[in-house]
Write a protein that binds this ligand. Structure first.
Ligand code: ZN
Ligand code: ZN
Length: 321
């Protein structure tokens, strides 16, 4: 099969063997995949991952290694965290498989990912994609789920004033997720044309250099930069909540004094449940089409990767159909 492989260097090959699904897993024929910043980080050594990267996919179940054949032929997306599922795993029994210490993660840790014609994934991870959602938009389920994760972690109501810091793809998908609450949302970033997506969602938008000295109950940091973290901390109210969506701490000195003095709750936030994201996409497929910037055929997967690295690019997809 065709695949993109990373082993210190990213290469496109056409002779990878098609994987065999282990017990209770499905063999999925990939239709389309999205390139994520995490994939770009992997090519710089993140997680020391070697193999096939990629975790944002939509595909068709071609076979299952299980007696229940009902999934065969269904178009699916799937949770990328593959938990151990053991009865004696304290995380799995609490339905926190995304934190199972023995998990593998599609295209990120100990499991080949979806930049290939086929993958295998546990049947329990799969969700059927409603017919009206296109393959292109279905690839957004995973990053949008990361936005909805915030709502699993804290209760945001109309009493809250929320600030989202950063107008990249993930920041804007988080805007879509949080716009389902009745909170007053302000979105700050550096690009007017990107902020216009948040504006259409009913948020107030502010350019970074015009940001007033205002404090917020909940601040979501999605810039991936140290200056973005400091900015976010500075705009969080005493006793407020700061949500970190990017792993900025690597090799940085951080002054956490304001966290103590202002008694700020800091919440780390990563992957989310697919169901709320898929429901949202089903109801709002059109606005999300703004997130798709380009689609490349599988043979041009390396060019797609180069495109995705451009600053400020929206989603770049690879078509394996
Ligand atoms: Zn991703
Ligand atoms: Zn487990």
């Amino acid at each position: 099969m065709k695949a993109l492989i990373f082993n210190g260097k990213l290469t496109f090959v056409t002779n990878m063997p098609i994987p065999e699904p282990p017990k209770d897993e499905a063999l999925i024929k990939i239709l389309m995949v999205g390139i994520c910043n995490t994939d770009i980080e992997i090519t710089k050594g993140y997680m020391n991952f070697q193999g096939i990267p990629g975790h944002e996919f939509v595909g068709i179940v071609e076979n299952v290694n299980n007696a229940d054949k009902s999934w065969i032929g269904k178009r699916v997306v799937g949770d990328i965290n593959c938990a151990c599922g053991n009865d004696n795993c304290e995380y799995c029994i609490k339905n926190l498989g995304r934190h199972c210490p023995n998990r593998t993660t599609l295209g990120i840790s100990e499991r080949n990912g979806c930049f290939a014609e086929y993958i295998t994934l546990p049947i329990n991870n799969l969700l059927e994609v409603p017919q009206k959602i296109t393959d292109e938009i279905a690839t957004l389920t995973e990053p949008l789920a990361a936005g909805f994760e915030i709502l699993e972690q804290i209760n945001i109501t109309k009493k809250h004033e929320v600030l989202i810091v950063g107008d990249g793809k993930l920041g804007l998908l988080i805007n879509h997720a949080l716009s389902t609450t009745s909170a007053k949302i302000t979105h700050v970033g550096k690009h007017k044309e990107k902020l216009d997506i948040a504006l259409k969602n009913g948020s107030k938008t502010v350019l970074l250099n015009q940001m007033p000295d205002k404090l917020f109950d909940v601040v979501v940091e999605v810039t991936g930069s140290m200056s973005g973290f400091e900015f976010s901390l500075k705009h969080t109210k005493p006793r407020g909540t700061l949500i970190l969506k990017s792993t900025i701490a690597a090799n940085q000195k951080i002054d956490l004094t304001p966290v103590v003095v202002n008694e700020i709750s800091v919440i780390g936030s990563r992957c989310g449940l697919f169901k709320p994201a898929l429901n949202y996409i089903e109801q709002n497929p059109n606005p999300l089409s703004e997130f798709i910037e380009a689609v490349y055929p599988a043979e041009n997967a390396l060019s797609a990767f180069e495109h995705a690295k451009r600053r400020g690019s929206m989603k770049v997809l690879i078509d394996f159909r």
